[in-house]
Ligand binder design. Sequence first.
Ligand code: F3S
Length: 643
Amino acid sequence: MPRNVTQKIIAAHLVRGSLEPGSPIALRIDQTLTQDATGTMAYLQFEALKLPRVRTELSVSYVDHNMLQSGFENADDHRFLQSFAAKYGIHFSRPGNGICHQVHLERFSRPGKTLLGSDSHTPTSGGAGMLAIGAGGLDIALAMGGLPFNLKMPAVVGVRLSGRLQPFVSAKDIILEVLRRKTVKGGVGKVFEYFGPGVASLNVPARSTITNMGAELGATTSIFPSDAVTREYLAAQGRESDWVELLPDDGASYDEILEIDLDALEPLIACPHSPDNVKTVREVAGTPVAQVAIGSCTNSSYTDLMTVATMLDGRVVAEGVSLGISPGSRQVMEMVTRDGGLLKFIAAGARILESACGPCIGMGFAPPSGGVSVRSFNRNFQGRSGTKDAAVYLASPETCAACALTGVITDPRDLGMPAISVPLPGQFLVDDRMIVPPAADGAKVEILRGPNIAPLPEGSPPPERIEGPVLIRLGDDVTTDHIMPAGAKVLPLRSNLPAISQFVFHAVDADFAERAKRLGGGFIVAGQNYGQGSSREHAALAPRYLGVRAVLVQSFARIHLANLINFGILPLTFVHPEDYEKVQVGDTLSLDIRGLALGQTLTVQDRSRGLEFAVLPQLGSERDLELIRSGGALSWASQMLEK
Ligand code: F3S
């Protein structure tokens, strides 16, 4: 039977299951990546498995998130990560080398391979024909231990591209168009696979912008075929031998088809506060802009930045606008410098930021109060920028540059500039000296632990009856940023669970952590799409540390659902969604889980109010059931590896 690219890679990595969409599957993982914000915890979890070395083909530890060093925490954690990598067989990309997804695409992406990363934008490498999936750090720890990754076989949406992008319309506009049509909920349980005659006109970094921001659809991942364009990119990175051709078979089918005519596309912009609130740039043109930020793992490639440099050349950033530019990697920074782009940025008055995540995660360069920030990034949830009342818009680098020059939201086509075409370099500047290979003999390496590296608490099986108060009741689309905020205060505490758990739901309910601890835990209740936004496992781990044993909602976002199960929190949905209205903060709920079985409804009661309603545990497989019964994946995996 003819197969599409997604089905081919999955079939080649299938440990258990079938290609029937929705059925549980287990996949062999070839590569893993971590970044420092999730990596410290992932490595503590890997350590708990007591293995001498990782069992993957390749694992890489990146340092790009926690870069501000206003205290000892980040610097200590970076040393921990470096020594850990040396000991356990992991490559270490040093701070300064760039954003994980950009560097991974450049130096390690391989068509046809599987990559699991503890960051939700891991699908970036899908631009080079990899099946690259974002997951929680614990899943990465288990994959490094050689255990397969469990998920449901995704449905495959074929996105058929035809035509060619017009001047000042770029890859970002393609993914914004997909988001406009499918929304942030439209990708759950799906892979977006791009095909059709328009694919050949997009270079690999452009493809990666699209697969990167496919994460905002809630998709399992997004992928492009591996074709002559992929070969050309890998050859320019000095890695042509990593190329294999990977195309859909003739007659391959998709579960759903989306048609996009590139000729008809125009510059688009995601308005506050959601990546799917997409309008044409002209619809919101004229809105005053206080800040422009260009960079992030979505749009900071050499071609992106040289296009911006050409637009800024000989001009100055508008009065009242602060422009920040962060190149995606050291390779990009070096090449943009060599080819004159940096000089154009500086002359135009741009502020040059480190090759790291920075403003994307609220690490510096926050917008002013109530100000508009236009960013080439992938997320604009309220408060993520570090300024709660800022209005963040997401657009292409071309639109960002136009806004920086005029001081108002501007369609780049309206500047009257000649069309710009920055070709992909025939040879990238390749210098891997900032990537440290692991020590030949890990046994001799001592791991450097600062006081910020707190030991992991042991997981314990749940009681037969989960009882406790409703600690908080929230609406729809609660993000992992709401549950476990990031930002300059919180990020440095990453593996220090007692300290970090104090910030759970802090922006919505400042007393939450204290109350949960005092009451010995309880239930979290919410509406639809709970936990959307990122793979942040601390959004499950920290509530569990505070004693939460069950989360009861109308629906879950995929990665967060997996994280809850991994940390032994029982995910429940209302059988009748309207029962959500009956539950109040302070109700004392009780749930007998002795009969916990797949697909079986349970009854939740509050005897004092005579309240009773049915819930469905969101457990997709026998393995999920075992994880909940063991008190989480780590206790379960340790038992497995011992056997
Ligand atoms: Fe970093 Fe922002 Fe991407 S935090 S990994 S640049 S989404």
